[in-house]
Design a binder for this molecule. Structure first.
Ligand code: B12
Length: 325
């Protein structure tokens, strides 16, 4: 097909350069794959909505690929949540973000209607820096309602924990800020967990940390993520002796054991304990290791699975469902 030159020129003008060579990739522009992964909306659905509703209307890279903005991704997350709550695509695709937020908050049964812009990692950091615990709690609650449990964990809880960790390491926030965030996040995650009931027949995963590892917040995030993914989490908690974890794994007849390991752990001692657990656990019970230092343990055993990303966790969950490792 030959395009008219005016049309071709206007399309070229809309195209944005694709970062190449030494140019830094632009974190606020996303490919269709990334957009689909972040919003849970299938690639074909994104293309179909573009044709049918004129939204989202991504720019094009030099190579002609779709390039979505942060605003597109945020709106799509809200649309995805609205669909989960029972709205039809025709009612929600293409609606302004403020309207989508109101709609989602209003349809989330039993929860108070929220107003104001959706919390972001920046707005949460600002509330933490002001020691404004009231705003922090309110923003976390609103984000949980609007985004739903899984997106809350992926888009808010983990990123804000990591950011606050960085700001603390740079001396821009203090220990009390980190503690305040940990407590508020933990409370919000408890509320989200209370909505889940045990599923009969679902695979069970035991979650714990080994001695001297006190980072339990990550375990609570994983607990919610597993529950949403229809896996039954059994949260044992932090600072647990290896021998107790093994006993619990047997007594709860779990299908996997999940350990969280950060750089605050003694990695040599941890690697030894994991080796010991591998020998003691019933056969075919894999150990999933997540947390910032998981990869540094260098455990070469096919029963050990390092989980560094949400995609890794999805793959581990998938393997559990199909009876593999
Ligand atoms: C909150 C926090 C605390 C809180 C913990 C409260 C709580 N209830 O958990 C408190 C204040 C207690 C604390 C204490 C300390 N902390 Co601290 N803490 C953090 C912080 C900010 C967030 C951790 C978190 O919740 N992450 C959320 C998880 C979900 O994120 P993630 O690891 O990216 O998760 C991905 C995967 O790893 C995977 N995953 C994660 N966990 C799990 C678990 C399982 C089972 C599976 C399957 C997958 C999985 O899922 C995600 C998928 O994308 C981190 C910063 C950071 N970068 O992590 C520092 C951090 C871990 N802490 C650090 C330090 C130094 C300490 C202290 C030593 C400080 C001190 N001087 O006292 C103590 C150590 C305490 C101890 N003995 O354990 C350092 C570790 C440095 C290092 N060498 O790596 C960090 C990295 C901060 C920093 N920037 O320096 N901390």
């Amino acid at each position: 097909m030959i395009r008219s030159s005016a049309k071709a020129a206007s399309e070229r003008a809309k195209r944005v350069p694709t970062p190449r060579g030494t140019a830094k990739p632009d974190a606020s522009r996303h490919s269709i794959r990334v957009t689909s992964r972040r919003t849970g909306i299938e690639l074909d659905t994104l293309r179909m909505w573009e044709r049918r509703y004129g939204f989202p209307k991504p720019e094009r890279s030099e190579g002609g690929s779709r390039v979505y903005s942060d605003a597109d991704v945020e709106s799509l997350k809200l649309i995805s949540r609205a669909l989960e709550l029972g709205h039809r695509p025709g009612e929600v695709v293409g609606k302004p973000r403020t309207e989508l937020m109101k709609l989602v908050a209003a349809t989330s049964e039993g929860l108070p209607t929220m107003s104001g812009p959706l919390a972001t990692v920046d707005s949460l950091v600002a509330a933490i820096g002001r020691d404004d615990i009231v705003a922090l709690r309110a923003e976390l609650r609103q984000a949980a309602v609007v985004l739903g449990a899984k997106r809350f964990v992926m888009d808010i809880a983990q990123p804000i924990a990591l950011r606050v960790g960085e700001l603390w390491a740079e001396g821009k926030l203090e220990v009390r800020h980190e503690h305040m965030l940990s407590e508020c996040l933990s409370s919000q995650l408890r509320v989200l967990m209370s909505a889940y009931e045990e599923r009969e027949g679902a695979a069970r995963v035991l979650l714990a940390t080994l001695p001297n590892e006190r980072h339990g917040l990550g375990l609570e995030m994983i607990e919610v993520y597993l529950a949403v993914s229809q896996i039954t989490p059994r949260l044992l908690g932090v600072d647990t002796p290896a021998e107790q974890i093994v006993k619990a794994a047997r007594s709860h007849a779990v299908h996997a054991v999940g350990l969280l390991v950060t750089g605050a752990s003694d990695l040599k001692a941890t690697a030894k304990r994991v080796q010991w657990m591998l020998a003691e656990l019933p056969r075919r019970v894999p150990i999933w290791v997540g947390g910032g230092a998981a990869a540094q343990l260098e455990l070469e055993d096919d029963a050990v699975r390092v989980i560094a990303t949400w995609t890794d966790l999805d793959a581990a969950i998938g393997a559990l469902r199909t009876g593999g490792r």
